[in-house]
Design a protein around this ligand. Structure first.
Ligand code: MC0
Ligand code: CO
Length: 134
């Protein structure tokens, strides 16, 4: 079951520079971490019940580096919080969506996540997120 919008992922060349615009609006940047598996450095900016996730690539083969090359900086994905990622994946698979993961991968903060290919969702990369520490 989808419980909410956890974050909107934004691809940026430089996380610290990009954070400036959000700080100028009075938002605060929290939880900066590197997620090795995705080759990204991320920062979470709380906004009400959801977050902005800034994504800076840490290597040339990062999916975010490829995105920046092809499309430039901007909105990269939407991430839904789910109560049971395995169940949400099974539901998405049964509906014919193209999952990028057979089993959940490790996301930010040790979450368990799965991505859904944008070509099966009308052009938007989706992430399903189960937070076991919440
Ligand atoms: C830390 C973690 C977390 O929050 O916990 C994160 O979010 S990590 C976030 C970073 N990690 C990820 O994104 C992991 C999952 N992503 C991937 O595996 C990849 O980025 C893909 C989504 C498969 C796309 O890769 P790639 O561009 O190499 O594939 P492709 O050549 O098959 O691309 C097919 C088409 O999708 C488009 N495309 C690529 N990325 C897109 C995106 N983010 N949103 C919408 N469209 C996108 C391409 O421009 C291309 O369009 P045309 O055909 O029209 O040219
Ligand atoms: Co994300």
């Amino acid at each position: 079951m989808i419980c909410g919008l956890h974050h909107v992922g934004i691809a940026v060349h430089n996380l610290d520079e990009a954070a400036g615009a959000y700080r100028a609006l009075g938002l605060s940047v929290e939880k900066v971490e590197t997620v090795e598996g995705e080759q990204v450095r991320v920062a979470f900016i709380p906004v009400g019940d959801t977050h902005i996730e800034l994504l800076e690539p840490t290597g040339a083969s990062s999916p975010v580096a490829r995105f920046l090359e092809k499309r430039g900086p901007g909105v990269h994905h939407l991430c839904f919080v789910v109560d049971d990622v395995a169940q949400a994946m099974a539901q998405a698979r049964a509906a014919g969506l193209l999952l990028l993961d057979e089993t959940p991968r490790v996301g930010a903060g040790g979450s368990r996540v799965c991505f859904i290919h944008p070509k099966s969702t009308g052009g938007v990369l989706l992430e399903l997120w189960q937070d076991d520490h919440a």
